[in-house]
Design a protein around this ligand. Structure first.
Ligand code: GLC
Length: 530
């Protein structure tokens, strides 16, 4: 598959392999199970899947704590099964990216084991050590519900080691040239196998320097650029996607001159979609997109509503966060760190109108959208499970025992109550033309049919109504007017004279006359081709 700009208008789909489909009845989803479900993804219109870490790991952070960078944990299958998956996906025109965890390893990685056991080990300097815990003072703690410091004392090493995430995830020392080379080898290994790129986990924190916040340092960018040069030279169709939770003006450093990352998640847009909905007012979305600079032509944003982590509210004010917690996380147990550990459908009270509306935004605003597995059918979460595990439960395929996920006992407790698999599953929603799944499928197919929806051209349309977010995508021959009513009441949108014309309602596939005013039902949306 060649086309080096494929990611600029692609629909991504994030998967926890463990939770997707179990092929052998051991209760754990695996690579073969995922391979069996590729036709489902193809049908849905997915262009690229992002699989969460499948490397050997003690799973203190669900695989983001890697104990071996060069193999696949046996519960998922083998490297050969991964190759089969890649081939089968490519045959269907679907690409696969995986997580690349650069910043840290598991404390069970042989490098760390050797480093802590022996001051003279060649691996000692693979990590960041200090005699006291005072260095890099003031650097923020990310997992603040669990960790009280970025330093942890190691009895064996008789020193403190540095970690930005859990204390079971020691940070690698990127000042060591061997670490730098080692990680380039890891990249080469997976790309040679046919992987199409990486969601680069936490690239912000690679280097540390006294007197800074240790984030996005020049040394970090220089190393990431080096990685990009290697990828461009040897694997020109592969991508690097940055997971860096920053303001757009800071994030664009990660694109720089189009010579660092191909893509970056637009983190600040995500909470503003929910905020705008809670406020019944579009301005938060308008403001953040107006604050988003133009990016190089070979770069693209990735947009999303949910992922495998908590819905992070780091990028809103204290007041906005309180409002969102009140609205979307009314019970204490729904909150994690600065976010909300729930899935899309429960966050929106399973209100079909709201779920469709936020997806309307996702599929019509600029950027390549990422869906989180199960959100296309409105799956629920399981708040009995700790940490972020409640949003990583088995995919609900049908109403047979264990949701058609596994013939054995699933690795975790399934979702109960209103979102039980008897009520929410793929098979049922396939049967009905009116299901959420069918609607999402339609949105994806429209997005692909009309290049205007995939480009980055966006013009706000003034409707004299703050509850209505209206914009024009594309231009000339292909222009699409999108209207979204963010409020719980019927709203009237004024349509400026230049758009008062005849068009086509893309969902109903019939003519639509735009008059001076359009009346919009609560939480409704319209996509009109002019
Ligand atoms: C990223 C991942 C998250 C993980 C963390 C540490 O933020 O999304 O799941 O816990 O990195 O690797």
């Amino acid at each position: 598959m060649t086309n080096s700009l494929w990611y600029k208008n692609a629909v991504f789909y994030e998967i926890s392999v463990r939770a997707f489909k179990d092929s052998d009845g051991d209760g754990h989803g695996d690579l073969q199970g995922l391979t069996e479900k590729l036709d489902y993804l193809k049908d849905l219109g997915v262009d690229c899947i992002w699989i969460m870490p499948i490397y050997p790991s003690p799973l203190r952070d669900d695989g983001y704590d890697i104990a071996d960078y060069y193999s696949v944990d046996k519960t998922y299958g083998s490297l050969d099964q991964l190759k089969t998956l890649i081939e089968a996906a490519h045959q269907r025109g679907i690409r696969i990216i995986t997580d690349l965890v650069l910043n840290h390893t598991s404390d069970e990685h042989p490098w760390f084991q050797s480093a802590r056991a022996d001051k003279n080990s060649p691996y000692r300097d693979y990590y960041v050590w200090n005699d006291d815990d005072k260095k890099y003072a003031g650097v923020r703690i990310i997992f603040q519900d669990v960790e009280t410091s970025n330093w942890t004392w190691d009895e064996k090493a008789v020193q403190y080691f540095w970690h930005r995430f859990y204390s079971t995830q020691p940070d690698l020392n990127f000042d060591n040239p061997n670490v730098q080379d080692e990680m380039l080898n890891v990249v080469r290994f997976w790309l040679s196998m046919g992987i199409d790129g990486f969601r680069v986990d936490a690239p912000t924190y690679l280097f540390e320097r006294e007197g800074t916040n240790c984030e996005s340092l020049p040394e970090t960018h220089a190393y990431l650029k080096r990685m990009r040069r290697m990828i461009d030279a040897d694997f020109p169709n592969a991508i690097m996607l940055a997971e860096s939770n920053q303001w757009p003006r800071e994030l664009i450093q990660y694109f720089d001159n189009g010579d660092e990352f191909h893509m970056a998640f637009h983190f600040p847009l995500m909470p503003r979609i929910y905020l705008a909905l809670a406020q019944g007012d579009a301005s938060a979305i308008v403001k953040i997109l107006n604050d988003t600079p133009v990016i190089p032509a070979n770069c693209q944003w990735t947009t999303f509503l949910r992922n495998h982590d908590e819905l992070t509210l780091e990028m809103v004010t204290d007041e906005e966060r309180k409002l969102m917690w009140r609205e979307y996380a009314p019970e204490e147990k729904m909150i994690l760190n600065l976010g909300i550990r729930r899935r899309l459908a429960p966050i929106l009270n399973n209100d079909r109108r709201k779920i469709e509306l936020v997806n309307s935004l996702l599929f019509t605003l600029p950027g390549s959208p990422i869906l989180y597995y199960g959100d296309e059918i409105g799956m629920g979460d399981n708040l009995n499970l700790p940490d972020r595990h409640g949003v990583r439960t088995p995919m609900q395929w049908d109403d047979s025992l264990h949701a058609g996920f596994s013939a054995g006992t699933p690795f975790t407790e399934m979702v109960q109550g209103d979102y039980h698999y008897l009520k929410v599953n793929v098979a049922d929603q396939m049967k009905s033309q009116h299901s959420l799944l069918r609607t999402i499928q339609k949105m994806i197919s429209l997005r692909k049919q009309y290049a205007a929806l995939g480009g980055n051209q966006l013009e706000w349309v003034e409707t004299d109504n703050p509850a209505v977010l209206a914009y024009l995508r594309g231009q000339g021959d292909e222009a699409i007017l999108v209207l979204n009513n963010l409020s719980e009441h019927v709203q009237v949108a004024h349509i400026p004279a230049e758009y008062q014309t005849s068009g086509q309602n893309l969902f109903e596939d019939r003519p639509y006359i735009l008059n001076a005013h359009v009346s919009l039902q609560p939480y409704s949306y319209l996509w009109i081709k002019l």
